[in-house]
Design a protein around this ligand. Structure first.
Ligand code: AMP
Length: 303
């Protein structure tokens, strides 16, 4: 089952304690769709500028990603500049240039309007809603966002969230959105905005999933070398929603397995800059890390 994703396609400039990269391929929709493409078909809706090179289009095509909804407009591609200190869990945004996204009016190709699985990757919440309004009867709508939009477009974001089933968001952003420091209370507040399921990304500490009757905790994959955490969240979401769309199992067990597939995908992305690790990834490597995470969290029954 294919997924429709709207989000950013970007040039990222990144500095980490281990190196620097300038104007490399990034953006929430790129990371998401590349990751999800290991599990199912993905159709991407976004905009790029005239400066976007054909080699990036060719790469996305090579992953089988549908690009009928990728518009090319006069102007520059979205740009994000970020820096990480030794605490790689926190990205410091140095610059955000919306560029062609400022005027972007998403129009879904007719065939995308029947999409059953929709992912509203991190982008202006008004654009997220515009896309959602064009989808006829989605079975599952999931969404991501970030501090930039929580502080800049809070009301619009809350409006979008009223139509979302699953929100995937960072720990600090849950607290910011809920205006509540305690994470458990904050999760309940955010769930009251609409999403039945809240997935809280906690960087190297893993993921917590809050549902109606349960909380599920998954550790991050223990990695010795984390090179660049950019895109970890979007890549996680790609594995998570990709697996859900591929299996169509939205029961608790299916959601839990999907969380672990998301975790595995994120663990690869952070090993290299940009999408470079995903470019060379083989499906067997994904299964191998899935099994290792299972072992990591297994313990005996109570005697
Ligand atoms: P993450 O998965 O949270 O590390 O997302 C990193 C990606 O988000 C980068 O590739 C950026 O291009 C993109 N990004 C950063 N800021 C924004 C923003 N305000 N809106 C949309 N995408 C963004």
């Amino acid at each position: 089952m294919s997924i429709l994703v709207v989000g950013s396609v970007a040039f990222d400039s990144i500095s980490t304690p281990f190196g620097e990269a300038e104007d490399v391929l990034g953006g929430s929709a790129c990371y998401f769709s590349t990751s999800a493409s290991f599990f199912t078909d993905v159709n991407l809706v976004a905009v790029v500028g005239e400066d976007f090179p054909q080699q990036h289009v060719d790469f996305l095509c090579s992953r089988g990603i549908g690009l009928e909804g990728l518009q090319k407009s006069a102007g520059q591609t979205f740009r994000w500049k970020g820096r990480y200190e030794y605490d790689l869990n926190e990205a410091h945004t140095l610059d955000t240039q919306l560029n062609v996204f400022e005027q972007f009016k998403p129009v879904l190709p007719e065939t995308y309007r029947d999409s059953e699985f929709v992912f509203l990757a991190n982008i202006d919440p008004e654009l997220q809603l515009e896309v959602l309004q064009q989808v006829k009867n989605p079975r599952l709508v999931a969404c991501d966002t970030m501090n930039f939009w929580i502080s800049g477009k809070r009301d619009e974001l809350i409006k979008t969230l009223s139509r979302v089933d699953i929100l995937v968001i960072n720990e600090a952003e849950v607290r910011q959105l809920a205006e509540e420091p305690n994470l458990i209370k904050a999760a309940a507040i955010v769930r009251s905005f609409g999403p039945k399921t809240l997935v809280v990304k906690r960087g190297e500490y893993g993921v917590l999933m809050f549902g109606e009757h349960s909380v599920f905790s998954a550790p991050a994959y223990p990695l010795e070398e984390v090179f660049d955490p950019t895109g970890a969240g979007d890549t996680f979401a790609g594995g998570f929603i990709g697996y859900l769309a591929a299996t169509r199992n939205l029961e608790e067990e299916g959601l839990r397995k999907a969380i672990v597939f998301g975790t595995v995908m994120a663990s690869f992305t952070v090993e290299k800059f940009s999408l470079d690790r995903l470019r060379e990834l083989e499906y067997e490597e994904i299964e191998d890390r899935y099994r290792r995470i299972k072992l990591l969290t297994e313990f005996g029954h109570l005697d």
